[in-house]
Design a protein around this ligand. Structure first.
Ligand code: S3P
Length: 438
């Protein structure tokens, strides 16, 4: 049965809050801890369905993982060659990151694996990882057209490659680097547009020699990972919805504590500030080796912008939130060079354009972006029934848009919010948003 939300105009957002742990970092932390030597402790682990699915798969492959408290994991690493095959399929759920990174990691094992996912993940392109991994010698079968399920065959003789990634994707880069741990020779990945570097920095934290700079990473196979302790900062992508909500609801004043602000993730801050948002980074520091800060946001009148294409990879998950900010800005906001949004958990360009139009916002959709005609600082949307398409970020974006609504907004198919932001509805309503389960 579909989990639906009812959202409507709420109060100004006030208070202080911690958003859940970073999803990208949580996936990588549990994967690397699993194949490290010794016991690693992870704090701030995202208790979301995506990252729990990855941890469950590693347990299925023979790794002992304890969860002494919420957000904490103790991982008893089995070493690079200590995983055991599982006859049962490995279920990645909704997680593209889980599936693509595991595909790299499992390509160089001495056993076969089958990776499966939910309906959304089963529609997501895997050729982008299969192609470079095959060049490394991996043998991977996919459903016709390069879709899950993936059958990865045993192979203990991977060869390093020098790979220039045709798509700006941290998942593709990471899959190749993880396979590179098991390959003989030097694996190099180059990217025309740099993407998040968590795999690189975490490999270094686990003691694997790696050279990297924006757009390039190089490592050799045959080293060892040594257990370490990881602190996961708050997920900027989860903070994004609250940043936009507080920006567009007059009178809001909100403090989001311990948010990761890696520059490869914070393109939305650049965009929102260019639109006139009032967001201050307080108490900047390193958290688990990553730049983090408390983000203090107050409402502000926004104006539309032409988003520079270069910033797109740095905010690839934040477009649903940006579209809502644009809907309440003065003037138009133009997005180009964002065709990747069509192959996320849903087609986010189509999903956001359809939803915003139903709310009364004019949106011109193009093949690789959209132009949103903002309603202005005093504008309101009207009540409507919206389909989140089972996409967590569409559901949260629509709930934020409803805070400036004249009527009731019903949002269908919201259960997948638990993949990245469990209990978003309770946390958001505690801050002032009007949002509840239907
Ligand atoms: C992620 C990379 C991005 C992002 C996803 C998480 C990661 O995907 O959209 O939510 O953890 O590496 P792509 O690599 O497909 O752009």
């Amino acid at each position: 049965m579909s989990l639906d939300w009812i959202a409507s105009r709420g109060r100004a957002l006030q208070g202080e809050v911690r958003v859940p742990g970073d999803k990208s970092i949580s996936h990588r932390a549990v994967m690397l801890a699993a194949i490290a030597e010794g016991t690693s402790r992870i704090r701030g682990f995202l208790e979301g369905e995506d990252t729990r699915a990855t941890a469950a798969i590693l347990q299925q492959l023979g790794v002992r993982i304890e969860a002494p408290s919420a957000g904490e994991r103790i991982v008893h690493g089995v070493g690079l060659h200590g995983l055991h095959g599982s006859a049962a399929p490995l279920d990645c759920g909704n997680a593209g990151t889980g599936m693509r990174l595991l595909c790299g990691l499992l390509s160089g094992q001495g056993f076969d694996s089958t990776l499966i996912g939910d309906a959304s993940l089963s529609r997501r392109p895997m050729a982008r990882v299969i192609e470079p991994l095959t060049r490394m010698g991996a043998s991977i079968e996919a459903f016709e057209g390069g879709f899950p399920p993936l059958r990865i065959h045993s192979n203990k003789a991977l060869q390093a490659i020098d790979f220039e990634s045709p798509v700006a994707s941290a998942q593709v880069k990471s899959a190749v680097l993880l396979a590179g741990l098991y390959a003989s020779g030097t694996t190099r990945v180059r990217e025309a547009q740099p993407t998040r570097d968590y795999t690189e920095s975490m490999l270094a934290a686990f003691g694997w020699p790696i050279r990297y700079s924006p757009g390039e990473a190089t490592l050799e196979g045959g080293h060892r990972l040594r257990a370490t302790d990881i602190v996961v900062p708050g997920d900027f992508s989860s903070a994004a919805f609250l940043l936009v909500a507080a920006s567009i609801v007059p009178g809001s004043d909100l403090l989001l504590r311990d948010v990761g602000i890696n520059p490869r993730r914070t393109g939305l801050l650049v965009a929102l500030r260019a639109m006139g948002a009032d967001i201050v980074e307080e108490n900047p520091r390193l958290l688990g080796g990553e730049p983090a800060a408390d983000l203090h946001v107050r409402s502000a009148a926004l104006r539309g912008i032409a988003l520079p294409a270069a910033v797109v990879p740095d905010m690839i998950d934040e477009f649903p939130a940006l579209f809502v900010a644009a809907a309440f800005a003065q003037g138009t906001t133009a997005v180009r060079g964002a065709a990747e949004l069509r192959v996320k958990e849903s087609d986010r360009l189509a999903g956001m354009a359809t939803g915003l139009r139903a709310l009364g916002v004019a949106v011109d959709e193009t093949s690789d972006g959209a132009t949103i005609h903002g309603l202005g600082a005093n504008g309101r949307v009207h009540g409507a029934a919206l389909d989140s398409r089972g996409d967590h970020r569409l559901a949260m974006a629509f709930a934020v848009a409803a805070q400036r609504s004249d009527g009731e907004v019903r949002i269908s198919d919201c259960a997948n919010v638990a993949t990245s932001f469990p209990r978003f509805d309770a946390l958001a309503s505690g801050l002032g948003m009007a949002l509840h389960i239907a």
